[in-house]
Structures are given as structure tokens and as C-alpha cells.
Design a protein around this ligand. Structure first.
Ligand code: ATP
Ligand code: MG
Length: 429
């Protein structure tokens, strides 16, 4: 992408309304635009990051046998009356009427709709277990939308729903998804601490919130230092289940099972929440399947959420410096920044154009700053928007046939001979 033709409205000044760094940087980098309180438009750069996160989540969920669907954002009130949640949900739910005066709502979550789908098609024990998920926009009329996309009113959520024949199988599904979540957050360059949460039903301790550590997190979490010692392979459900981690309101300092010298605390951002709730919705919506012996079985369910749009903010909270965002490669809107320090100079432009072609040919996502701007302003923009790998074409490109490479995260710089650039590109792929 050539910046001269791109839509990337970066801001020099710091927006006054933004209280936390991720919100400030997202506005300054031209990733989002606020349309109304808690409602954001995702501009091209932001849209790219969002869809990268979405793709990683989908890939990992598909890998463990979850199947992706898309359910409507508007739902009939009647389904929620069946489950009993229509009255309970309160003012967070946006209720609307259609032209025939029928009650609809903008879905804040989808247990009712998915259970309705499953009850129409799944009739036999042979059809289960099943895990269905979607990645769609939810609306919750939050009392205090804030921190940009972190607590929006319309936000992108991955929501999954599992259906199993018995508790053992439901628990196995839960642990599979728990581990898939750890892999997802790992791939996003985040360390997530699974904290036990209320499942709100008969689920006992089968509910976890996944918290990313960041100073601006909304809750304080207390956790066993042993979490930090685990290698990714050891971060299994059975292992982590046994470790202590609790949010502020649950933590009882006097009765904490972890000795004080091993107890750590940090601010956390909740990026995921999973829970097992047994037969609650299946019972309410009359979902049954026939068992091997002909007896009816009421399936065991769970739901599994990830705040996809919140993750964009959370990743920035965990990955930034004074100059701007520092994207992990996996979610960067572009992997390579190509910058001409002498735009207009024919030799410099020729090298840059040639390199731009090569990078595109190698299918490396490259953002080419071909604007007639001061080099300093160009470097600052690429730092601000956080592109991980910078290639700078300046005087040395012409005089010494070498271009400068800068690593955005470490700041390390080195010269790459033009004759070695193909190898470098291959390595980047
Ligand atoms: P919170 O306590 O932050 O309000 P929640 O318990 O209401 O979250 P869930 O219903 O479990 O959230 O939704 C799943 C995930 O969706 C959450 O873990 C969070 O990452 C994300 N999420 C929830 N509400 C919002 C929101 N208003 N804006 C952005 N993301 C949200
Ligand atoms: Mg909430």
C-alpha cells in the first residue's frame, strides 16, 4: 500500500478525550473514529488489525473442532421470553420494535438463538458433542462506555456455544476451549491469566475470565507467581486449574492459600470469559436429544466469549512506547514499512519502487511511505502506527547500495546490502 493513496488520517495532537494510552494511540494512528458514545468506525488501519485477530481466533477454534456460523444481530424478544432473560437483562439490552410492532432486541449475546438452532436440527445423541461459534457485533447499552473500544456499546465478540451429552464430556470440551484460548492469546503476543469466576449456575468452579496484565486494567487480580514459571506447553487446563488466581472482589487476603511471598498482583483487562452452565438454556428452551436407550437427554452447555475489539486496545496497552504502538508481527496492520528518506530523488525512488514490487510479489504486507514529506515526519508516523520492520532508503542506498533496517520493538538498526535483500525478504516471509 502506498501511503500517498491510502486513507490513514494520523493526528499530531493528542486527543483530549482519551484517558488511556491505547485509546489515544488508536485515535492518533487513525485506526478508529468515534461516531457517538461507545460507537466507533474502524478505519482501514484498524480494520486490518481487527481482521487479523479475528483470523487467528477462527483458525485456533476451527483447529479444535468448533464450527463457525453467523447469527443475526437482531433477535426476536420471544426467544428471550422463553429463557426468562428478557426481563432480567435490564437496560444494557437495546429493545426495538419492527414495523409490525413486534419486539426485537439487538443481541448482547446469543445463547437463546443458538439453542433454538440446535433444538431444530439435533435430535439424537449421535449428533453431539457440537461446538458452534460466531464473530459478530454485539450491542450492550453500557452505563459508562469508556476507554475507547475497550468498553464500547457496539463491540466485536467471538461467542461460542457447546453442547455435550453429559458433564464429563462438557468438562472435556471446556478444557479444550480453555487451552485453545491460551494458544490464541499466546499467538497475539499476550500473556493471559485465567482467573476463576462465578459461573452463575450449577457449574461450580467451571468459569474463567482471561485477564491480560496492564496498568490500565479495570480490575486488580491476585495470582500465584507459579503462573509466570510455566512454559507454554505446561499451561494446560489441569495444571492451571490448581493454581490460585482471583479478582479483587473474590480475593480474601486473610485466607489466601498462596503464601504472601508467592502472591503477585496486577491490574487486568478481561479479554475472554468462558463458562459452563449445565442444562439451564436447554431446559428452558426444551432442547432434548434421544439417547442410545431411547431415553431423552438434556444436553449440557457452555459459552465462550472473547472480546475481539477490546483485544485491539488490550494489545496496545501491552505493546507501546513513547513513540507509539509496537505491534506484534502476528497482528500488525502491515509487516514492513518502506520509507524513502529522499523522495523525489530519482535514484532513491527507483530503488524504493523496485523493493516495493519485490515485497508485494513475496506477499509481504508492506506500507510504502512515498509522500513528499520530511523524513522525520515519516519515521514518526511509522513509529506511531507501530509497523514492526522498517526499511529506510536514504543516501547510503545510492552511494553504498545498502538500505537501513530498523526493528520497531528493539530499536536495533543494521545495514542490509541491496544484493542481500532477496534473502532478507525470504526470511521475512
Ligand atoms: P465486563 O465485565 O468487562 O463487562 P462481561 O462479563 O460483561 O465483561 P462477557 O459477557 O463475558 O463480558 O463477554 C465476553 C467478552 O466480551 C468479555 O470478556 C470482554 O472481553 C468483551 N466485552 C464485554 N463487554 C464489552 C464491551 N462493552 N466492550 C468491548 N468488549 C466487551
Ligand atoms: Mg459487561
Amino acid at each position: 500500500m502506498r501511503i500517498s493513496a491510502y486513507f490513514m488520517p494520523t493526528l499530531k495532537e493528542t486527543p483530549a478525550e482519551a484517558q488511556i494510552v491505547s485509546h489515544r494511540l488508536m485515535l492518533r494512528a487513525g485506526m478508529v473514529n468515534q461516531c457517538a458514545s461507545g460507537l466507533y468506525s474502524w478505519l482501514p488501519l484498524g480494520q486490518r488489525v481487527l481482521s487479523k485477530i479475528e483470523a487467528i481466533i477462527a483458525e485456533e477454534q476451527n483447529k479444535i473442532g468448533c464450527h463457525r456460523v453467523i447469527m443475526p444481530t437482531l433477535q426476536p424478544a420471544s426467544l428471550w421470553q422463553e429463557s426468562g432473560r428478557y426481563e432480567d437483562y435490564g437496560k444494557e439490552m437495546l429493545r426495538v420494535k419492527d414495523r409490525h410492532d413486534r419486539d426485537l432486541l439487538f443481541g448482547p449475546t446469543n445463547e437463546e438463538v443458538i439453542t433454538d438452532i440446535v433444538r431444530q436440527y439435533v435430535k439424537s445423541y449421535r449428533d453431539l458433542p457440537q461446538i458452534l461459534y460466531q464473530i459478530t457485533w454485539k450491542f450492550r447499552d453500557e452505563m459508562r462506555p469508556r476507554f475507547g473500544v475497550m468498553r464500547g456499546r457496539e463491540f466485536l465478540m467471538k461467542d461460542g456455544y457447546s453442547f455435550d451429552l453429559d458433564y464429563e464430556s462438557a468438562r472435556a470440551t471446556y478444557s479444550r476451549i480453555f487451552e485453545s484460548y491460551l494458544t490464541i492469546f499466546d499467538r497475539l503476543g499476550l500473556i493471559a491469566i485465567p482467573v476463576k469466576a462465578d459461573s452463575g449456575a450449577i457449574g461450580g468452579d467451571l468459569s474463567h475470565e482471561f485477564q491480560i496484565m496492564a496498568e490500565t486494567g479495570e480490575s486488580t487480580i491476585y495470582y500465584d507467581a507459579a503462573y509466570d514459571a510455566f512454559s507454554p506447553e505446561q499451561r494446560t487446563f489441569e495444571h492451571l486449574q490448581t493454581l490460585y488466581a482471583a479478582a479483587d472482589e473474590k480475593h480474601d487476603a486473610a485466607n489466601c492459600p498462596v503464601p504472601a511471598d508467592r502472591l503477585k498482583s496486577a491490574r487486568g483487562i478481561e479479554v475472554g470469559h468462558i463458562f459452563y452452565f449445565g442444562k439451564k438454556y436447554a431446559e428452558a428452551l426444551n432442547l432434548k436429544v434421544s439417547g442410545a436407550d431411547g431415553q431423552a437427554i438434556i444436553p449440557e452447555m457452555g459459552s465462550y466469549g472473547i472480546g475481539v475489539s477490546r483485544l485491539v486496545g488490550a494489545i496496545i496497552e501491552a505493546n507501546h512506547d513513547d513513540a507509539g504502538i509496537v505491534w506484534p508481527d502476528a497482528v500488525a496492520p502491515f509487516k514492513v514499512a518502506l520509507i524513502t528518506a529522499k523522495t523525489g530523488d530519482a535514484a532513491c525512488d527507483a530503488i524504493a519502487n523496485d523493493l516495493y514490487e519485490k515485497l508485494q510479489h513475496a506477499r509481504i504486507e508492506v506500507l510504502f511511505d512515498d509522500r513528499m514529506e520530511r523524513p522525520g515526519a515519516k519515521f514518526a508516523d511509522m513509529d506511531l502506527i507501530g509497523i514492526p520492520h522498517h526499511l529506510i532508503i536514504g543516501n547510503k542506498a545510492i552511494q553504498e547500495a545498502a538500505i537501513e533496517y530498523k526493528n520497531r520493538r528493539t530499536g536495533a538498526r543494521e545495514m542490509i546490502a541491496l544484493s542481500a535483500i532477496d534473502t532478507w525478504i525470504n526470511h521475512m516471509r
